[in-house]
Write a protein that binds this ligand. Structure first.
Ligand code: HEC
Ligand code: HEC
Ligand code: HEC
Length: 415
């Protein structure tokens, strides 16, 4: 008996040492640099190229949505936005987006153009270390050479901001997934990627929906244990909610936009689709939360969105229903100006800016205009909207009390 126990003791000891060794090994090697050449092409400083890059950065791929601390297309992408993934899947950790302004010390000023392109499309940093796929390389890898270099042209043209971002707190399961190669860089891009001809065709729509806008990144379900996409369920709706891990007052799952008639958008006409994507207004009159970046898509050429509509009509229909929009206690348990502020931040800020000071969707300064309008007229206007101007009507989305609270918040700017 004693001998058996002794042997068992030894065995347990060996297993512990082995596991301990494995942990030490994984901790030491999970982010070993990858040997992979970066393109030697230089980003053009031509103004038309910079504008194309700016368009993609602000209104196409909406890179600022993750890389700016303040959610605004014009805010410097100096990083620091927290993403709490400690309770997602195996507990990936706490991530903070990096500073991607051209600051030499804290940003990407010292990276070569090719290294920046490799980070965006392949998920490898300038020093060869792998990036965590919260950065959407799986979709961005299809960006054409000209478009991805145009984004770099834009990033080079903006002022550097010195901002040292908190390092990530990457948990052991994530390191193990990296070490096992389950999570890691995208395959090397070895062939040129041309931009498809710009016209109202499913081919161009596919390029936009999958690569030059992040429709597929948000609207496709993921395996929550390793973050990989279920590409066989493209556009069937997200498995993560948007806004929850950021602590927003309202959060929502991206819905099914496959042509399934019952659970997707199979019955939507082109007109209804354009209205939803440009003004956030669904066929039933409910307005989408601005996690769906319709404020930005409203600034697109209508033909580009028509191309996306054509393409989405051609993907396989899938039956899948997203959970409903969730309002947190900041909305359900609050009242007055505080609640009005929370609603404004999720429903109005994307177009009207913080405190009504204006945003790319409308330069009209609500902070100056609203004081000239009485409460009743203001309420009627917010209820009905003005779709020709791309102002959605919130009558079917906000209750009477919620509307009063938003107005109370708007009035608080005058004091
Ligand atoms: C869903 C959020 C998200 C979006 C959208 C996003 N990024 Fe990122 N990006 C990240 C995160 C998080 C990292 C850091 C990952 C890591 O360190 O493992 C990152 C890393 C980077 C890096 C490497 C910088 C460094 O210091 O490591 C570059 C360059 C970059 N992103 C550029 C872009 C551009 C350009 C776009 C738009 C085309 C974009 N990102 C869109 C989240 C995002
Ligand atoms: C950052 C994430 C994100 C991106 C990028 C995104 N969406 Fe959405 N989308 C959402 C969310 C979240 C909702 C649900 C909002 C709600 O229900 O209030 C939504 C809803 C929609 C709806 C309404 C569907 C319905 O049944 O109500 C359509 C249509 C849509 N998106 C199309 C698109 C298209 C087209 C693109 C790309 C051009 C796109 N989305 C990009 C997050 C996103
Ligand atoms: C998709 C963008 C968008 C969203 C979201 C949006 N608005 Fe507007 N709003 C506009 C546009 C565009 C105008 C017209 C501006 C002009 O006169 O040129 C406007 C006008 C207004 C006006 C008239 C005064 C002014 O600034 O022109 C008020 C008041 C207003 N909006 C309130 C709201 C409130 C409250 C919300 C949120 C519940 C909201 N809006 C959400 C786009 C938007």
């Amino acid at each position: 008996m004693k001998r058996v126990l002794k042997v068992l003791g030894w065995l347990v000891g060996i297993v512990i040492v082995l596991i301990g060794g494995l942990v030490v090994f994984i901790n030491a090697t999970w982010d070993n640099p990858h040997e992979r050449a970066a393109s030697t092409r230089m980003a053009s400083m031509d103004s038309a190229t910079i504008s194309r890059g700016e368009f993609l950065f602000k209104y196409g791929n909406t890179c600022w949505g993750c890389h700016s601390a303040t959610p605004h297309p014009d805010a410097p992408p100096s990083g620091g936005r927290p993403f709490d993934l400690t309770n997602v899947g195996p507990g990936f950790g706490m991530f903070y987006t990096p500073n991607i302004t051209p600051d030499n010390e804290t940003g990407i000023g010292s990276w070569t153009d090719g290294e920046i392109v490799r980070a965006i499309r392949e998920g490898i940093r300038h020093d060869g270390k792998p990036l965590f796929p919260l950065m959407p390389m799986a979709t961005l890898k299809g960006l054409s050479d000209d478009d991805v270099f145009a984004i770099v042209s834009y990033l080079r043209s903006i002022p550097p901001v010195n901002n040292k971002v908190t390092p990530h707190d990457i948990r052991f399961p994530t390191k193990m997934l990296f070490a096992l190669g389950v999570v890691g860089p995208e395959p090397p891009i070895t062939e040129p990627i041309p931009t498809p001809a710009r016209s109202v065709t499913p081919e161009y729509g596919q390029y936009l929906a999958k690569h030059a806008a992040l429709c597929s990144d948000c609207h496709t379900p993921r395996n929550l244990n390793d973050g990989s996409f279920y590409f066989d369920s493209l556009f069937a709706g997200s498995s993560i909610s948007f806004g929850q891990i950021e602590g927003d007052p309202i959060w929502a799952y991206a819905t099914n936009i496959t042509p399934d008639a019952e659970t997707g958008i199979g019955n939507w006409t082109e007109e209804q689709f354009l209205l939803a994507v440009r003004t956030g207004t669904r066929p039933d009159g409910r307005v989408l939360v601005t996690h769906m970046p319709y404020a930005e898509y409203g600034l697109w050429d209508e033909d580009d969105l028509r191309a996306i509509y054509l393409y989405l009509k051609s993907v396989p229909p899938i039956k899948r229903t997203a959970p409903p929009v969730h309002q947190t206690e900041q909305i359900t348990q609050n009242s007055g100006i505080e609640r009005g502020k929370a609603i404004f931040s999720m429903r109005c800020r994307a177009c009207h800016g913080e405190n009504g000071t204006g945003a790319p969707a409308t330069n009209a300064k609500m902070s100056e205009l609203a004081p000239t309008i009485d409460d009743k007229t203001l309420k009627e206007f917010i209820s009905a909207g003005q779709v020709s101007l791309r102002m959605p009507g919130f009558g079917k989305t906000l209750s009477d009390e919620e509307m009063n609270d938003v107005i109370a918040f708007i009035r608080s700017w005058q004091q």
